[in-house]
Design a protein. Structure first.
Lengths: 420, 303
């Protein structure tokens, strides 16, 4: 017995699509009234899965139940009255008006021997109003912009009066404002009408922003499924897409954001050959350096960094060992000692061009101590930047460092020097 | 014959030989032209929807070349001397057989699913094979050559009440059935998958449409030979006037196609004066149709 909360039940679905985009034993439930995003790299089986749900492809193994009924046993008309599909856009050589195209959505409700009733016309008008294309009704479909076409296709699907809406990359080829408008529209239909939405989405950020739950497909299987927070992790993305990403909260929406960064290939990773580098930074001056050094194969540590500092966020996201200090607090004796210990166990020290105030002056003292102890210290120094907020003390220390340490004009130069 | 003679004949008060010409020669000929025009235009519409291509025509699946083989065979075997129905029967069987072969090839290639691309290509292949067979038969036929050639170009000179009676039922029934599939054809224009999403059993509908087109085009060709361009140009002209919606396009093409062929036949009969010879109607339709078709191509707009 299928729970009434389950809209679509996918049980052990397998499909061999001449090798590509195949599915093997995919099993999960889609809850009624939810917005489910399906993500995954190209060829991971997302579209095939959607076609199996829509009944366009028959699974070779397993079954898809829609509201408890096996799709295989349903007539096309029955499916079309329950499931509306917004396919990847296809061009059309015939000039139908927008109203004609939307009216086609009534096809599964109209008998072969009848014509459209007033009710059918009213439903089509409503669908156009709901999707904001009522003013385009008399225009020809093929003269519309990409975003307008997609709205019309959604209106056509709505005219079917579906309880489930399947979308296959609805934002493909759209500019960024149209992408958001389309997904806002779909979310409105989802939350306002309770239409269950299943959307294959290319863009991980859009998927995160609009989905209640996410299915991550990889190699024809479900690699991860659940809440956005549980699915969109750097490890999952690395595993499925083979790229490094930062996952962070959007400062305004609070939704997860995926920011890719270059992953090191083996050649560049060999450059650092495991040398230990301690990075003394702060105020966002070290984030880029920490990432780059790690990528080049250095073993990186950092400190002392105040919690909430951008460099601290970056180091903790990358899992770099570091010495932390409470937010906006001066460096304590304990933290300073810990920092010196990390410096002592490193092969080299990188001092970035960070702003120095009374709170973090000790970081500069630690660098000075490293030079005195005979460590290899590289200082990044930009001309003319005001870095001394201590009334002169920092300036003195910096001048001493410049005299004794190796000075680099850029990060790349610094990396060269750190290789030793 | 004057208008006066014509009306007298209709009222049964005229000279009896005029009555004979009008009732037994002209009327069936007009009706057959209308039926054939109607069948070809509606078939053309259907094929254009099926292939989502406004340049498709009723002969795309090898019906014409199959019918030509059938007709040539019957002439070559001197069967048409025995009975007037032999040639149409052979032509129909040839046309239907060709479509059936094309269909089976496409089905085999698509592992049970009919892909329209495969259907089109196997139509072309089978068509050229049968075309070569026809040429071969024409080559060896010698004396029969002229009448075979004349048949291939199409015409209504064989029309009589008996042919109208035989052609009438399958063509009218087929056309009405095709019109009932107007909504499905509209959905087909969106593409096969979107049509499925709208609740249409695409594979079944494709089979039904191919069968109906084979039936009505086969019958039309059997009684009138291969009349070109009607099935291609009429749907176009109507679409330009009324738009692509098959619920109006199909019935309108039916009427326009019928009237067009009636007039084309009038021209064919009277083109070379009343000297007794007539131009094959296929030449007339090609002379009007081909330039119009070129105009459409040059216009290059959407349909």
């Amino acid at each position: 017995m299928v729970s009434p909360n389950v809209s679509i039940k996918i049980q052990g679905v397998a499909f061999d699509y001449e090798g590509v985009d195949a599915l093997s034993s995919v099993t999960f439930d889609i809850e009624r009234g939810r917005f489910t995003g399906i993500i995954g790299p190209n060829g991971s089986g997302k579209t095939t899965l959607l076609k199996c749900i829509a009944g366009v492809l028959a699974p070779e193994k397993g079954s898809v139940l829609i509201e408890g009924v096996d799709v295989k046993g349903m007539q096309r008309r029955e499916i079309a009255r329950t499931v509306g599909v917004v396919p990847q856009s296809a061009p059309m050589d015939f000039s139908f008006t927008v109203r004609d195209v939307v009216m086609m959505g009534r096809t599964p409700h109209i008998d072969r021997f009848s014509t459209e009733s007033k009710e059918d016309a009213a439903i089509a008008e409503q669908a156009m109003a709901d999707t904001g294309v009522a003013n385009l009704a008399e225009r020809t479909f093929d003269g519309l912009s990409g975003g307008e076409m997609q709205r019309v296709v959604i209106a056509r699907a709505l005219a079917q009066r579906p309880r489930i809406l399947l979308l296959d990359e609805p934002t493909l080829h759209l500019d960024i404002s149209a992408q958001y408008q389309i997904l806002e529209l779909v979310r409105r239909l989802n939350k306002g009408r309770g239409i269950t939405v299943v959307a294959v989405l290319h863009d991980l950020n859009l998927a995160s922003q609009y989905s209640d739950g996410i299915v991550l497909m990889s190699g024809g299987r479900v690699a991860a499924i659940g809440r956005t927070e549980d699915v969109l992790t750097p490890a999952n993305v690395r595993e499925s897409y083979g790229i490094e990403v930062l996952i962070e909260r959007h400062p305004i929406t609070g939704k997860l954001q995926v920011v890719p960064y270059q992953s090191a290939d083996r050649e560049t990773a060999r450059a650092g050959s495991g040398r230990r580098v301690h990075v003394i930074c702060g105020g966002g001056s070290g984030a880029h350096a920490i990432r780059l050094l790690r990528e080049r194969g250095f073993l990186v540590s950092a400190g002392v960094l105040n919690i909430l500092d951008t460099d601290h966020d970056c180091a903790s996201m990358l899992g770099v060992p570091m010495v932390s200090e409470a937010p906006f607090s001066p460096i304590s004796d304990e933290a300073h000692r810990e920092n010196l210990r990390l410096i002592a166990s490193s092969d080299a020290v990188l001092v970035t061009d960070f702003p120095v105030g009374p709170g973090n002056l000790r970081n500069l003292e630690a660098a000075d101590a490293a030079v005195i102890a005979g460590s290899s210290v590289v200082l990044i120094s930009e001309e003319g930047a005001k870095r001394d907020f201590t009334g002169g003390r920092a300036g003195e220390l910096l001048a001493r460092l410049k005299a004794k340490a190796k000075v680099a004009r850029s990060l790349d130069e610094a990396v060269e020097l750190l290789r030793g | 014959m004057s208008f006066r003679d014509f009306f007298d004949a209709l009222l049964g008060t005229g000279q009896s030989d005029y009555m004979g010409i009008i009732i037994d020669v002209r009327f069936p000929r007009i009706l057959l032209a209308a039926l054939v025009g109607c069948a070809l235009a509606v078939s053309g519409c259907t094929m254009q929807a099926l292939f989502r291509n406004p340049l498709a025509d009723p002969y795309l699946l090898g019906i014409s070349s199959g019918a030509a083989v059938g007709a040539s065979a019957s002439m070559l075997l001197h069967l048409n001397g025995i009975e007037t129905y032999i040639l149409p029967l052979f032509a129909f069987l040839g046309g239907a057989g060709a479509v059936f072969a094309v269909y089976l090839i496409a089905k085999g290639a698509g592992r049970g699913r009919i892909k329209t691309e495969t259907l089109l290509l196997s139509g072309i292949a089978v068509g050229s094979l049968l075309g070569a067979l026809t040429s071969l038969m024409m080559y060896v036929s010698g004396m029969q050559f002229r009448s075979l050639f004349f048949w291939l170009l199409g015409g209504f000179s064989g029309a009589g009440w008996d042919t109208v009676a035989v052609a009438c039922l399958p063509i009218l029934a087929g056309v009405v059935l095709l019109i009932l599939f107007a909504r499905d054809m509209n959905a087909f224009l969106l593409g096969e998958e979107p049509a499925m999403h709208l609740g249409i059993d695409v594979e079944t509908v494709k089979k039904v449409l191919v069968c109906l087109v084979a039936l009505i085009t086969g019958v039309a060709v059997a009684f009138s030979g291969i009349i070109g361009f009607v099935g291609l140009v009429i749907p176009h002209a109507v679409r330009l006037m009324l738009g692509p919606d098959h619920r109006t396009l199909l019935p309108a093409s039916c009427l326009v196609g019928g009237s067009f062929l009636i007039w084309a036949d009038v021209v064919a009969r009277s083109a070379l004066g009343s000297g007794g010879t007539e131009v094959p109607v296929g030449i007339v339709t090609a002379l009007c149709g081909a330039p119009f078709f070129l105009y459409l191509l040059a216009r290059g707009r959407k349909w």
